[in-house]
Design a protein around this ligand. Structure first.
Ligand code: A2P
Length: 291
């Protein structure tokens, strides 16, 4: 069964959830409903910028699973950073999702404007205080960004959600996060999509064809995707593989009847690649930031 990971907010998060980036509202609704009612997921990760919060809300409603049994994450888009704008954006997201709180509200990207980022974080603290988010955190923050927003007694983000997979294991960031009691969540955990996103081209996914991962999977009768998800779990990471296909959604949570051994872990560690990033680097993602 999916483990719960304790967050520094005092709440806890199911270690495995469903990601929905680049899914339209209707396919999102269908994927979320399948994940919750058939596959047994209890954690959904979306963002205002994905344009599918309404689909997520409809999927939760259609699943028949009670709101309080679902861990729901959404994210604040760059254009809404700042104090008043962040508070308003949270309300807009809650409206689209059709809920009165989220379990986790994340700042989607760091900005070049660190003063604005600090005001955003004050708004995030107020949002947590008001109960509209049970926990608050960030995405794509490097250690220096974290120092900018929580260096002076401010709330420490509960999580940092970053691109992370065997080609980009983010060892330095993970060590920093452990030190600060920040949980790390892996986005593009399976190596991402080959579609472009955020106005830039992503690198093609080569992880899902990797022969080493395939041979590890053969030993256990598991797919490459299942081996990768097991790797995230064994590393204590929170993992949110994306799929809109029922069979894959079910397959991606069917990872609790096998485990990787020390040799597998060693072989996977050799896949780390200095050029392994597939998505945007935080420094390139000031897109839409207010003037
Ligand atoms: P799809 O939604 O068409 O299934 P990531 O989670 O790393 O961002 O990337 C997931 C990508 O891999 C998506 O494009 C998804 O596409 C695909 N995918 C998800 N689960 C599986 C799986 N079990 N086997 C193969 N491909 C998968």
């Amino acid at each position: 069964a999916v483990a719960m990971i304790d967050l520094n907010s005092g709440t806890s998060i199911p270690q495995l959830g469903l990601g929905v980036w680049q899914a339209e509202n209707d396919e999102t609704e269908h994927a979320v409903a399948h994940a919750l009612d058939a596959a047994g997921y209890r954690h959904i990760d979306t963002a205002a910028a994905y344009g599918n919060e309404e689909g997520v809300g409809r999927g939760i409603a259609a699943s028949g699973v009670a709101r309080e049994d679902v861990f729901l994450t959404t994210k604040l888009w760059n254009a809404d950073q700042g104090y008043e704008s962040a508070i308003a954006a949270c309300d807009t997201s809650l409206g689209k999702l059709g809920v009165d709180y989220v379990d986790l509200y994340l700042v989607h990207w760091p900005l070049l404007d660190s003063d604005r980022m600090k005001r955003t974080w004050e708004a995030m603290e107020a949002i947590a205080e008001s109960g509209k988010a049970k926990a608050i955190g960030v995405c794509n923050f490097e250690p220096h960004h974290l120092d900018t927003i929580c260096g002076h007694g401010e709330t420490v983000p509960a999580v940092d959600q970053v691109e992370l997979h065997p080609h980009l294991p983010q060892n330095d960031l993970r060590a920093f996060a452990v030190d600060r009691e920040i949980a790390v969540e892996s986005w593009s955990p399976l190596g991402g999509t080959s579609n472009s996103g955020w106005g830039r081209a992503s690198k093609p996914n080569t992880l899902l064809d990797d022969p080493i991962l395939a041979s590890i999977g053969e030993k256990y009768g598991k797919s490459i995707a299942q081996v990768i998800i097991r790797w995230h779990l064994s590393n204590g990471l929170i993992v949110i593989p994306k799929s809109v296909h029922e069979e894959r959604i079910s397959q991606n949570i069917d990872v609790f009847d096998f485990d990787l051994d020390a040799d597998d872990i060693l072989e996977i560690s050799r896949l780390a690649d200095p050029g392994g990033r597939v998505g945007a680097h935080p420094d390139e993602m000031n897109i839409g930031a207010p003037e």
